[in-house]
Design a protein around this ligand. Structure first.
Ligand code: NAD
Length: 378
């Protein structure tokens, strides 16, 4: 069986497989074809892929011959991909149900790794986690670069410097890495999340957890957050308002799978922040956690810098690709036999949860629901 790796289009800098992962696939009796220059922006050149056992091919050859095509983004899947090809990447099917229907009509088999169940067994295949970890780390670093003061406390002959106060909204994978990174830089860190279960993790990283009572129970949402009612949102904003006035840096990471991100910071709260403060909003691509966030833009409002960036993993493409590729390899091991042929076992919850399209149909119930005609309200 041939697995084909396509080059992503700009601004994406990552690649689905790095040479180290190619070697592992070759040992599993797989032939790997890589589009010329696919790894260049992540600093893996064609020679490194050839040394690992891959063959460098053009896109047409890969589209015509590969049984599995790997592209990170949906818009990189070639329109002339053959009917029965398996395509695998991060396709955000909850935001793109019509595209999933188009792929079903074309007869592709689609695996979207961002829908993998959040279970212990799936952790090694969880691309959202591996990439969010990078986003949390990078968010703090870009905030520190933008900030006009120190992060750590200093006592010097020229005077004393107080440590930066960092507020982190959302303590999922990205938020917890942001806590750890800000602490390493010497900041004092406070954290909000709607899931009280993260309190202990936050405290073990040396940060303070700020609790707002009465959050909706998310324990049955498969590891994802759920939407909160109006009353909770209002009380949460009041509490954040209190804390944001004293914060220098705010990192916002709150997301709700398949929905617009919750607005946790209103303009009037930003107006009360100290001049020179910095907000990094990594929920920017789904609307952002502030009402001023603009995706892929940095704006200055009332002397507060607001950086909207949900693509921070791409700013560290070598390690991001290495970890993404390891996730892909672990997932491929579930659907490829020892002899190197495809075996889709839909009894396996990970295979089932990650498959969006098979047999000419959308097989994921949540996406099916999005395409059903909604009843007309009288
Ligand atoms: P995410 O990116 O979906 O959201 C980030 C954080 O924002 C979450 O912690 C969420 O609770 C929080 N949030 C949402 N709405 C909020 C609001 N109104 N106010 C404050 N915070 C809000 O989260 P994620 O990083 O994907 O992780 C979600 C959960 O899944 C975590 O419990 C994580 O530990 C778990 N997880 C499990 C696995 C696994 O077991 N395989 C893998 C990854 C994550």
């Amino acid at each position: 069986m041939i697995i084909g790796v396509l080059k992503e289009s700009s601004p994406e800098t990552r690649v689905s497989l790095v040479p180290e992962i190619v070697s592992a696939l070759i040992k599993l009796n797989i032939t790997v074809w890589v589009e010329s220059n696919a790894g260049a922006t992540a600093f893996f050149n064609d020679n490194a892929y050839v040394s690992a056992g891959a063959q460098i091919k053009d896109k047409e050859a890969i589209v015509n011959e590969a049984s599995i095509i790997l592209t990170i983004h949906a818009d990189n899947v070639p329109a002339n991909t053959k009917a029965e090809t398996v395509i695998m990447g991060v396709y955000q099917p909850l935001f793109n149900p019509e595209l999933m229907q188009t792929w079903a009509d074309k007869g592709h088999v689609v695996f979207s790794l961002d829908t993998i169940p959040r279970t212990t067994r799936a952790q090694a295949m969880d691309v959202l986690s591996s990439q969010a970890n990078i986003a949390g780390y990078k968010a703090v670093l870009i905030a520190a670069l933008q900030y006009s003061r120190y992060f750590p406390m200093f006592m010097t002959a020229a005077g004393s410097i107080a440590p930066a106060k960092v507020l982190i909204l959302g303590a999922g994978v990205a938020g917890l890495q942001a806590v750890a990174t800000a602490r390493r830089l010497g900041a004092v860190v406070e954290v909000f999340d709607t899931r009280p279960s993260v309190k202990e993790e936050v405290m073990s990283l040396g940060a303070k957890f700020v609790e707002v009572e009465g959050a909706a129970d998310a324990s049955k949402a498969g590891g994802y957050a759920v939407e909160q009612n109006e009353d909770f949102q209002r009380r949460q904003r009041e509490k954040i308002h209190e804390h944001i006035k004293k914060s220098d840096i705010v990192i916002t990471t709150a997301q709700i799978a398949g929905r617009k991100a919750p607005i946790l910071i209103k303009t009037e709260m930003i107006n009360d922040m100290r001049p020179g403060s910095v907000i990094v909003d990594i929920a920017a691509s789904t609307g952002g956690n502030t009402d001023l966030t603009q995706d892929n833009k940095t704006i200055l409002h009332n002397d507060v810098t607001i950086i909207g960036n949900s693509a921070l993993a791409s700013s560290m493409p070598s390690d991001a690709s290495k970890l993404y590729g390891k996730n892909v390899l672990n997932f491929l091991k579930l659907i490829i036999t020892k002899e190197g042929s495809l075996n889709l076992n839909f009894e396996d919850d990970i295979v089932k949860g990650t498959c969006i399209v098979n047999d000419g149909k959308i097989v994921n119930e949540r996406i099916q629901g999005l395409l059903k005609p909604q009843p007309i309200k009288a």
